[in-house]
Design a protein around this ligand. Structure first.
Ligand SMILES: C[S@@+](CC[C@H](N)C(=O)[O-])C[C@H]1O[C@@H](n2cnc3c(N)ncnc32)[C@H](O)[C@@H]1O
Length: 410
């Protein structure tokens, strides 16, 4: 073992022994074109037992597995130096950086930030606290803070959502924000996830947040505003409006979970226009592409896949979401697709996680996205995609001086 790896691994082991590990990241793949870009490793509690959760971050998706500590350390040892050439260890008291190149470098600094993050992590299981008043008021939990019998799936969904939100937040530049964070939840429904996000930022991250739920049903916005007031959530409000008509301010985070059909596209477009640093969208029903996907017009062997209505429907859904991902990438975002909740709980289990790039795309990357978007549409015979249309119209509006936010050329 090389002379820098060995002290690094001992530091990792001690941080596990004394419970001070916050997070470990392995990066800098030795094969530059590898689709696996990073491993993110954190302590997690699974049914009362401590494990290390290892997220394998591929270019467009994440895979998560949990390991007992010794197995996880063995995994780190096996992959560091071969598959990954850098590691970044955050413990409660220090930050340790390892670079494995021609010269190996191990740098240790005292880290006040790590301690704060650990505090978050210790509370991980309570990022969504079942005793919260809002969960009781929304009838997810009972008056003793116990999850109601039929609300188990909803509670798991809320937890998973906050997990994904927190992870996107920590990877973004928003974590050090010195002003209130601005977020909108489009199609907020009964507000379960809107309340959970607000509560997460204010209670766990200790940040001021201004969160707006946009919802077309007046009864739901009234209910949610009443609960927000009862809970003293002064930065949380709900407005009754169609997504497409609601004028958004500049945003940090846009969320759209299960907004019906092309309302997801309206929300994604609103996020791009509002220059959101993070966009989280879980698409719901997909009705736009299905009638356009015609097996009779498809070439073999695709024709045989689309011949069956159920398969055609699934292809139309995937094509719609893949186009959404490409369009967001073209608009200057990095996009990952994650499983929102396990497929056995709901078929609507895809989450698009988009984070805005710090630098604009070069023209050749834009041209490449244009080509890929056109190819995918042609492959499935898709003529209209609402998000594409909105982005194109927005671009024209901008040309007329009516758009507040510059949109990338489409
Ligand atoms: C399936 S619910 C999801 C609610 C919430 N986001 C969640 O995941 O728990 C979809 C919500 O979006 C609202 N909605 C659908 N289309 C909308 C639109 N175009 N504008 C505003 N709200 C919309 C519906 O009224 C409904 O409450």
């Amino acid at each position: 073992m090389n002379d820098a790896l060995s002290p690094f691994l001992s530091r990792l082991r001690s941080s596990l022994d004394d419970g001070s590990l916050v997070q470990l990241t392995l990066g800098h793949p030795s094969a530059p074109a590898s689709p696996l870009r990073k491993l993110l490793i954190r302590p997690v509690t699974i049914r009362g037992e401590m494990r290390l959760g290892v997220v394998s971050r591929f270019v467009t998706r994440d895979e998560t597995k949990n390991y007992p500590f010794p197995e996880a350390v063995a995994l780190v040892q096996a992959r560091l130096g071969s598959e990954f050439l850098s590691a970044h260890l955050f413990t409660q008291s220090e930050e340790v950086q390892l670079e494995l190149g021609k010269k190996h470098r191990l740098r240790v600094t005292q880290a006040a930030r790590a301690a704060a993050t650990l505090e978050h992590d210790r509370r991980r299981v309570r990022w969504v606290a079942p005793q919260s008043r809002y969960l009781q008021a929304l009838e997810v939990t009972d008056s003793r803070g116990k999850v109601r019998e039929r609300m188990g799936d909803k509670f798991r969904q809320i937890e998973r959502f906050v997990d994904l939100l927190a992870s996107a937040f920590h990877e973004s530049t928003l974590a050090g924000l010195d002003r209130p964070l601005v977020m909108a939840d489009m199609g907020s429904g009964k507000g379960y996830l809107t309340f959970a996000a607000y509560d997460y930022f204010e209670r766990v991250e200790k940040m001021a947040a201004q969160v707006t739920g946009v919802e077309s049903r007046d009864d739901l916005t009234r209910l949610c505003n009443r609960v927000a007031q009862e809970c003293g959530f002064s930065g949380l409000r709900f407005v009754c409006s169609p997504i497409a008509d609601y004028p958004l301010p500049a945003l940090d985070i846009l969320v759209a979970l299960h907004a019906c059909n092309t309302a997801t596209d309206d929300a994604l477009y609103a996020g791009v226009r509002a220059n959101a640093a993070i966009i989280l969208a879980a698409p719901c029903c997909h009705k736009e592409a299905r009638p356009q996907v015609d097996h009779a017009k498809a070439a073999e062997p695709l024709r045989d896949l689309l011949r069956h209505g159920l398969f055609a429907e699934r292809h139309a859904e995937m094509a719609t979401d893949a186009l959404r991902a490409l369009l967001l990438e073209r608009a200057g975002y990095r996009v990952r697709v994650s499983e929102f909740v396990a497929a056995e709980h709901t078929a609507k289990n895809v989450m698009l996680i988009a984070t805005r790039r710090r630098t604009p795309l070069p023209p050749e990357a834009i041209a490449d996205f244009d080509q890929r978007i056109a190819q995918l549409k042609t492959f499935y015979g898709i003529q209209h995609h609402r998000l594409e249309q909105l982005l194109m119209d927005g671009r024209q509006l901008e040309g007329s001086g009516a758009s507040p936010v510059p949109l990338p050329e489409l």
